[in-house]
Design a protein around this ligand. Sequence first.
Ligand code: SF4
Ligand code: SF4
Length: 262
Amino acid sequence: MTSDGYLRTNRTFFHGENLLSVAVSMDTKLDTECSTLQAGSFSIWLGRLRKALRTGTGMAVPCGTCTACCRSSYFIHIKPDEIETLKRIDRALLFPAPGRAKGTLLLGYDEKGCCPLLINGACSIYKYRPLTCRTYDCRIFSAAGIAAGGEDKQQITQQARRWRFSYPAKRDRYQHEAVRAAASFLQKAAESFPAGFVPGNAGELAVLAVKVFGVFIKYGYDADNLAYPSADHRIVKAVIAALEKFEKSKSAYYGPSGMRSR
Ligand code: SF4
Ligand code: SF4
């Protein structure tokens, strides 16, 4: 750390097609990375996120000046009914999303992992940003007790670690324990689920934990208990059923076509 409070470090980056390991002076203000952020009551946050996942409405995240998730090598999925968003994105930046519903497009990122719509440190289509961006909330990693991903998601992991939930009522704490237990169980017992059920992607895993956390209140699992019996098929079956129930409640809103019906 230098006397002005900045950290100088070495970074590896891509240049053209070559991976270069070059000493670069990175100015990283340490105080902003270390201070904590108030995430509010856990139960209120959880209820809002589950509603957002069901209805496709956004989450109001007090991001401040943070743009970490716009600079972390994410492919952004955009559904064909996001017409106002699609109107504002250069078609050359979009390409078909493999394995997704017909018409779903992907917005990529540049060689530094930045979304091409992040201009001068701000989203250039903020009001019309994709639904994926509007529902993104890095507090989910703090809730699930997991990192946001590998090296390219480090900035998000750092930001997520700053959030502090509050527990004004008993249920705030046991719901948080249940979300952590769900994320932990899904990882440790992944092989007991049908192939592909447990996502390899940290964000999708955390979302799955939020969708099925109720099972872990019922069975009283402890996130710090390392001895999960992978053969506990009661829990595996209950998790699969809980996800089906959640997705059904979502399709009631989206309709059979998968498009938002209101
Ligand atoms: S990483 Fe979190 S705080 Fe930062 S912009 Fe994304 S959602 Fe907001
Ligand atoms: S579209 Fe906007 S909000 Fe979404 S990743 Fe790009 S810059 Fe960030």
